[in-house]
Design a protein around this ligand. Structure first.
Ligand code: AQP
Length: 350
């Protein structure tokens, strides 16, 4: 059994990118693995310090997990702030990671903009907390969208530096395992995390601009399909989605240099659980006036049961709150076992 960990921030309406890039994979990975899925509320303060309705946002992400098919009894669903060990390990990782590593993160550069001196320290340290989220459970497999790849490489660097710096301590504390990195033998405590990014839509792009990622923070609501959109909104957004004047090609190579067409075909393929090759075998040579209505039907067919269930779950908060409470208790017990080891390895008295 692999330990799968991933998280989603409660920072606004979930969209199709979050669903196809992350949540749908969470659901698929449940079979045969031990999964921990987290609403990463501590991270959400880096996007916006004061939220009007943070409890509601947290519940809506948890509701999306459950409505999509995650089983909170077999696996763990909880919110990050309920397990203080995440923040404790993140502090240690802040001391392991180098400022230069953080400065190179493209998400930090994009989100901080030109005025970096005014960005919060939390935004800079975000990847360190993300590494702690995963490694406090000694997680190995992390389903994410393509935008998170660089952060997961950093999580590996942090784990490796901790393992190397504390090699003798890990041995002395009687914790850890022998691994080889390159040709070097290392006595490691933290495992190497593996990003799980593959699939036909690892990065869903904006419906208004095929070169920009679909994102919660895009000011145009027409740029994204929200998980809570009704049939009418989905239909309007796909009909208005930017395209070029040509029809669909028969081969995947024909999508090169056509980001909007490529994006819509990728979305169709992911929703239909097909490859882009299979989608083009069906729609190659057709105009968007034929393809778009088919995409609307498919999107409504896949999303409307999830939307309905999310709304139902959010009507009665006691059920979601009980799931989060129960998940938090189980997550805390596991995280505390790791932190006991880590405190011993470092030499803290507790
Ligand atoms: N466009 C996307 N395509 C594929 N995957 C995506 N993800 C996000 N956008 C896309 C994946 O969704 C998971 C949860 O994301 P998050 O909420 O933790 O953070 P985010 O990447 O910052 O989400 P947004 O919507 O793009 O928010 P803003 O507007 O704040 O930047 C992650 O696995 C992510 O890869």
């Amino acid at each position: 059994k692999e330990l799968v960990f991933s998280g989603v921030q409660p920072t606004g309406n979930l969209h199709l990118g979050n669903y196809l890039g992350a949540i749908r994979k969470f659901v698929a990975l449940q079979e045969g693995n031990d999964c921990i899925y987290c609403v990463v509320d501590l991270h959400s303060l880096t996007a916006q310090l004061v939220h009007d309705d943070l409890p509601g946002q947290i519940r809506s992400i948890a509701a999306a997990f459950i409505a999509s098919g995650i089983d909170p009894e077999k696996h763990i669903v909880f919110n990050q702030s309920a397990v203080p060990q995440h923040a404790e390990l993140a502090w240690i990782f802040n001391c392991v990671a180098r400022i230069g590593w953080m400065n190179r993160m493209t998400q930090f550069k994009d989100k901080a903009g030109k005025d970096r001196e005014n960005a919060s320290l939390g935004l800079l340290a975000y990847p360190s907390l993300m590494a702690a989220d995963i490694l406090v459970y000694r997680g190995t497999h992390v389903p994410v969208g393509d935008d998170q790849k660089q952060h997961l490489e950093l999580a590996r660097d942090i784990a490796m530096k901790f393992n190397l710096d504390y090699q003798d301590h890990i041995r002395r504390a009687g914790r850890g395992i022998d691994i080889t990195v390159g040709d070097e033998p290392v006595h490691a405590y933290f495992p190497m995390v593996e990003p799980l990014i593959e699939g036909p839509a690892p990065r869903v792009m904006s419906l208004r601009d095929g070169t920009k990622k679909m994102s919660k923070s895009d000011p145009s609501d027409l740029s994204r399909i929200n998980l809570l959109d009704d049939e009418e909104a989905i239909s309007k957004k796909i009909r208005k989605a930017k395209t070029d004047p040509d029809g669909l090609p028969s081969e995947v190579e024909g999508l090169k240099g056509r980001p909007e067409a490529d994006n819509l075909v990728g979305i169709y393929a992911a929703l239909a659980d097909k490859t882009k090759i299979e989608v083009l075998a069906e729609f190659g040579g057709q105009q968007f006036s034929v393809f778009k209505p088919a995409l609307v039907d498919l999107a409504v067919q896949v999303l409307s049961p999830i939307t309905g269930e999310m709304r139902r779950l959010m009507d009665d908060t006691s059920h979601i709150d009980a799931i989060l409470r129960h998940g938090g208790e189980r997550a805390r017990a596991r995280a505390e076992a790791t932190m006991k080891d880590v405190r011993d390895i470092i030499g803290f008295l507790y």
